[in-house]
Design a protein around this ligand. Sequence first.
Ligand code: XMP
Length: 519
Amino acid sequence: MTIPTSQEFCAILDFGSQYSQLIARRVRENRVYCELMPHDTMAETLRDMPLKGIILSGGPCGVYEENAPRIDPAIFELGVPVLGICYGMQIGCQVLGGEVTPAQEREYGSTTLFLDGASDPLFKDLDEKLTVWMSHGDRVVAVSNSFTTLAHTQNSPLSIVRHKELPFYGLQFHPEVSHTKDNGKIINNFLYRVCRFNGDWEIGDYVDRSIEEIREQVGETGRVVCALSGGVDSSVVAVLLQKAVGDRLSCFFIDNGLLRENEAEQVTETFTKQYDMNFRCIDATERFLNQLKDVVDPETKRIRIGHQFIEEFDHAAKDIPEAKFLAQGTLYPDVIESLSPNKGPSETIKTHHNVGGLPDDMQFELIEPLRYLFKDEVRQMGKKLGIPDEIISRQPFPGPGLAIRILGDVTPDRLATLRRADAIVQEEIKKFTGYRDIWQSFAVLLPIQTVGVQGDKRTYENVVALRIVESRDGMTADWVHLPQEILATISSRIVNEVQGINRVVLDISSKPPSTIEWE
Ligand code: XMP
């Protein structure tokens, strides 16, 4: 992105941590504009920017390794406060006169931090004892006399250090993750008390900038096809795209046959009646179900659905010969869990269909304006764009749809069963006063049968699990302690109204160690 000269700005130099984007999000939450930049960005480049602070991310390497990512030492001479996190601390200390070695033992998880320099502006309103999240193999073991130590843990005597003359802080732990229990104070203090940001950035700025970027990418005449699912993400993308390129956007809604009850009809109605968009609904149910025949492995399901999805678009877009671009509502959690954006070591947990499943020979250039955002930020963006609340507050629904909520074979019958059970969950849960705080509530059809009794007769039928979770961004989640009456109503309605179900169970696991979806 190009930074407007009037905009105060925080640079995040990215050393490859899986948390780099999370740092960016924390900074944005503090209403400060920031961008991730390559770790070897030169001080000269930054000098011309309205820079007020720099954060150095963590990273998977050791600073003593031959090919470890480096930093321009002149960064520390810019006169702008620098916060080094984990690897960022280590590289800063190395450059400014410290020694980093591999620790005897990797330190991973929560630990207690003791603040030794409580009067520092970084610690304003913090307790002297703090639970923080560590994830490191190396550590700084010695710093020159130019440093002051501000905090320690049992294993890391140098957990926070500050340079005496240069505005550099080093943190061995990760203040950006929610497991560090400082209520966001450390990053907030760094931005406001150390860097002295005004904090006047807002999500609307992101909207304007995304529109500019889309225009730049697409050019004067390029045409775009958009994968519109009717969920909040793709709706925001479609509206953004329409604002950016007008009627050079064509939206396709692929009905993959894996949607919830009445969903295809609702989406079609919204986008044909409320928006004046080029909108086409393609019924691809049969082709998707063919792809899923006899497939029980979750990853295979995801990959096949992903491929079919792209093929459908490819086909539909042939009607628009100049269409070179495909817009998608990929969010940041999809990106980190599918692949490491920095080619770091983060593992594939699930292949999200809009990222990992793309075939190599795909003919579209991707436009993914939400790629660095989390769900709540997308909702804010949607509000700013004037998208109706019923779309913005919709619960997330995964690209592979009900296929990953039917464990085992996905057949038309099983789809019909789950759809009905799921509709009952939706109907009842909407009556709950805390509905807005629920991230997702849905039914899962299990691949087992259990014995029941109905009207004096033995039954041997399917089981439905209820998955109802609260979450901020889908990265972590907890199950919702719903009032028992609601659970009782859902259960009794499902076993009475849905043919083929004789048992309902409740999923009471958090993420991690579970995930939200069952596959
Ligand atoms: P998990 O199951 O990984 O889900 O804890 C986290 C969030 O992501 C949604 N999800 C997906 N969204 N494509 C999507 O667009 C996918 O392939 C996909 N898989 C999971 C899930 O519903 C939850 O909100």
